[in-house]
Write a protein that binds this ligand. Structure first.
Ligand code: CTP
Ligand code: MG
Length: 174
């Protein structure tokens, strides 16, 4: 079972991916990541919701957040100290990669940017966990940890989106 220490570790672990996932709303804008490329289905590769600035800004913000955390408290599940800073970057890069992959699937299902979609909430986390697989200890992928990540993210993601909407950062509350 997860005790308080375990939950604390999981929350620390989530700082880089959560920062990476939320910062593009503020840092994004400008040229689209997909260079306006359309696929055979007539839909964009990723769409206007994924910009180069958002991708780079989110990756850097998440990696820097991970680096700052690691200075004070070792990022959990990365027992090798030399891997600490790479881990933050891998989590952040995986997050933005997963975010774009989610949009890719969204476009293939003809879902417009900004429309809610279940993958919005979890694709980034899946890829963050995948990209850190080479350096993370296998206990990260325990079922109870994955269940915690999933449930917390499914609650937090819509909440932060609604907050960002109230704060005028996003046009739609999801
Ligand atoms: N954003 C960005 N670049 C990214 C990711 C996000 O600029 N790589 C910005 C965009 O302004 C985007 C906003 O953050 O509209 C919210 O992100 P998200 O909800 O992921 O995008 P959506 O607009 O909903 O588009 P999609 O349907 O493709 O997810
Ligand atoms: Mg969205």
């Amino acid at each position: 079972m997860l005790d308080l220490n375990g939950i604390f570790s999981l929350l620390i672990f989530l700082i880089p991916p959560y920062i990476a996932n939320s910062s593009p709303v503020v840092l994004g804008g400008g040229a689209p990541l997909d260079q306006n490329i359309k696929l055979g289905d007539g839909q964009r590769l990723f769409g206007d919701g994924k910009t180069i600035r958002g991708f780079l800004g989110g990756t850097i913000a998440g990696a820097v957040a991970g680096g700052i955390v690691a200075l004070y408290y070792p990022l959990p599940f990365f027992p090798n100290p030399q891997v600490q800073f790479i881990a933050g970057f891998a989590l952040a890069f995986g997050t933005l990669f997963g975010d774009a992959a989610g949009s890719f699937i969204k476009r293939r299902t003809q879902t417009a940017p900004g429309r809610p979609f279940i993958l919005d909430s979890v694709a980034f986390l899946f890829f963050a966990l995948l990209f850190t697989y080479p350096f993370a200890s296998s206990s990260l992928y325990d079922l109870q940890n994955l269940a915690f990540f999933l449930v917390l993210t499914l609650i937090i993601h819509p909440l932060t989106n609604a907050l960002a909407n109230k704060a005028g950062l996003k046009n739609v509350p999801w």
